[in-house]
Design a protein around this ligand. Structure first.
Ligand code: ISE
Length: 336
């Protein structure tokens, strides 16, 4: 029997996920969609399998045809919706952030532990990107020795007008925070955030240069620049004792014509990480069917939000800021 999926949120990400579930995800049927804007939900319903249209996320979670829920509604709604999924005992894949506050994330962690089952996955899709997966296996092979540094670049062509300086961290650099934790199998203990001398976009501090230190002493720097204009560009390099491991440049195609060599950039993350999004959904459905959890857990969602919060504090104070995480509950097992 296919898993009946309901998607909450019919905006950019929700409608993309609805299409991927309809066109590419074996073992799942998209049965329902909801959005605060009923016309927008109905429009997604006409082009995908989602024939049951609900007026809000809570109604969708209660729908008996819905066995599992994907949350792609605004960040401020995540906590209430994830908690409702847990009360209903239904698996949930929540777009990042798990919740905008660390307390909210911890309430979700406590509620999940109380169910006794791993029901929550957070949509950190880079863990499903073939490039990052290859970096992780290279590091695990032992050939490169211990990691010393990681350099990351995260550039968007243009940020929406409502982006504020904290969102460069909580919305964008949070992906590097998660993927670096996952690659290094480590947590961060302190952070410093540097601003450039000449801010380019009014009050927005853009770009920012974030330097994190891990428990094992690895330094991770992240240049995050959300109005870089030329395109979406993500890079990463691990510097280890005996060599380096670098994410291959994207896209793989180079064009030579009229005396010039060129290569293009994706417009945004949906194109750049398109394959990772598909793999993430497939893996989520497989994990629901097998009962074996995979991907970023609620604890990872908490650690990412708490670390991003400390980065934002470091940006505001211009001081090196300590990152204090709660002890990892046994329920979540070792970092994987
Ligand atoms: C966006 O919200 C995402 O999640 C993308 O993956 C990220 O690259 C982008 O910077 C964010 O704004």
């Amino acid at each position: 029997m296919d898993v009946g999926i309901g998607v909450i949120g019919a905006g950019v990400m929700g409608s993309d996920h609805a299409r991927t579930l309809t066109d590419f995800t074996k073992g799942a049927t998209l049965v329902a969609i909801s959005d605060v804007d009923p016309d927008r939900a109905a429009a997604v319903g006409t082009t995908t399998q989602a024939k049951r249209v609900h007026p809000n996320g809570l109604a969708l979670i209660e729908d008996p045809h819905v066995n599992a829920i994907l949350i792609a509604s605004p960040d401020s709604t995540h906590e209430e919706l994830v908690l409702a999924c847990l009360s209903a005992g239904k698996p949930v894949l929540c777009e990042k952030p798990l919740a905008p506050t660390t307390d909210g994330c911890l309430r979700i962690v406590a509620a999940e532990i109380a169910t006794g089952k791993r029901l929550v996955q957070v949509g950190f899709m880079r863990r499903f990107d073939s490039g990052y997966i290859a970096m992780r296996s290279a590091l695990r092979s032992g050939r490169f020795g211990v990691p010393l540094l990681m350099h990351c670049i995260h550039r968007n062509a243009i940020a929406p007008p409502w982006f504020d300086s904290g969102m460069l961290i909580s919305n964008s650099a949070v992906h590097e925070i998660d993927v670096a934790r996952w690659l290094l199998d480590d947590e961060f203990v302190s952070v410093t955030v540097f601003k450039c001398a000449a801010p380019s976009s009014g009050d927005l501090v853009d770009p920012q240069f974030i330097v994190l230190e891990s428990r094992q002493g690895v330094l991770v720097d992240i240049e995050v620049f959300v109005n870089a204009r030329y395109g979406y560009d993500v890079r990463a390099e691990l510097v280890c004792e005996a060599g380096t491991v670098t994410l291959a440049p994207q896209p793989a195609v180079r064009l030579r014509c009229s005396g010039q060599e060129t290569s293009g950039f994706a417009d945004d993350w949906r194109a750049h990480f398109g394959a990772a999004y598909k793999t993430q959904l497939k893996s989520w459905v497989d994990s629901i069917r097998s009962g074996v959890p995979f991907g970023a857990s609620a604890w990872d969602g908490y650690a990412a939000t708490a670390t991003a919060g400390a980065c934002i504090e470091a940006l505001r104070s211009s001081n090196t800021t300590a990152i204090q995480l709660q002890p990892r509950p046994e329920f979540y097992g070792p970092m994987r």
